[in-house]
Design a protein around this ligand. Structure first.
Ligand code: HEM
Ligand code: HEM
Length: 176
């Protein structure tokens, strides 16, 4: 049943664990790092494909992109485990609680796609690194999908914070 969007509509009483909130923000920082390092990674690959030796600085930063990307994959797998773990069922996607029906469905889809993208980007990235044909193309399109999701996600977060004022934003800010 759909509910009307109105300020303070449904107070969000359910909460993520502190661990989940910390993992969320750790991944945000690492994804930001991936975007800061993308130029060095692309430069390195262009040099390798042209048969040149990449610059030492760019190569180092490209390796950091590799490492950070793998860490993101592991952290997302751990977050998924936290949500799938039956004993932690209260930590499942909380989008269904505290949001009007259609917004909750959109949030669940966006959150699910984040998991799908951030679990598969390390695979396409590693494949691109080892020059598997088409992998760099897939990785590039995943980047665009990630940016689009991020725009929607931030807009929704601000909607909750500024218009709905229902506590949904605050539940991912937990520090203790
Ligand atoms: C790369 C960046 C981001 C990714 C991949 C991401 C991903 C996610 C995911 C998957 C969830 C669901 C909870 C979970 O499974 O742990 C979530 C929740 C949330 N995120 Fe993000 N997020 C990002 C950035 C941000 C930013 C920048 C903000 C704030 C402006 C934000 C605000 C929120 C809020 C408020 C929730 C709680 C939503 C709810 O409980 O329904 N996120 N995020
Ligand atoms: C979730 C983790 C990751 C994110 C968010 C990410 C993000 C990005 C972004 C934004 C680009 C620029 C793409 C473009 O402009 O076309 C890029 C390029 C690249 N990334 Fe990643 N990356 C991740 C993981 C990895 C991993 C683990 C590797 C392994 C080495 C990797 C290897 C590459 C390579 C080789 C390129 C250059 C592709 C080309 O030749 O154009 N990435 N990445």
């Amino acid at each position: 049943m759909s509910q009307q969007l109105s300020p303070n509509a449904t107070p969000a009483t359910a909460r993520y664990s502190v661990l989940q909130a910390r993992l969320h923000w750790m991944v945000v920082v690492l994804v930001l790092l991936q975007f800061l390092l993308q130029g060095a990674m692309v430069d390195t690959m262009v040099a390798v494909r042209a048969g040149d030796t990449p610059g030492a600085g760019a190569y180092l930063l490209a390796n950091l992109h590799l490492l950070s990307g793998l860490v993101i994959g592991f952290l997302m797998a751990f977050r998924l485990y936290l949500r799938l773990d039956a004993s932690a069922s209260r930590f499942k996607d909380l989008a269904v609680q505290g949001s009007p029906g259609s917004l909750a469905l959109a949030a669940t889809v966006v959150h699910g796609l984040f998991y799908l993208l951030l679990l598969t980007m390390p695979i396409s990235g590693l494949s691109a690194w080892y020059e598997v044909p088409g992998a760099a193309w897939v990785h590039g399109w995943q980047k665009i999908a990630l940016l689009a999701l991020l725009l929607l996600h931030i807009a929704a977060a601000l909607l909750h914070l500024c218009l709905l004022r229902d506590g949904v934003f605050q539940r991912i800010l937990r520090v203790r």
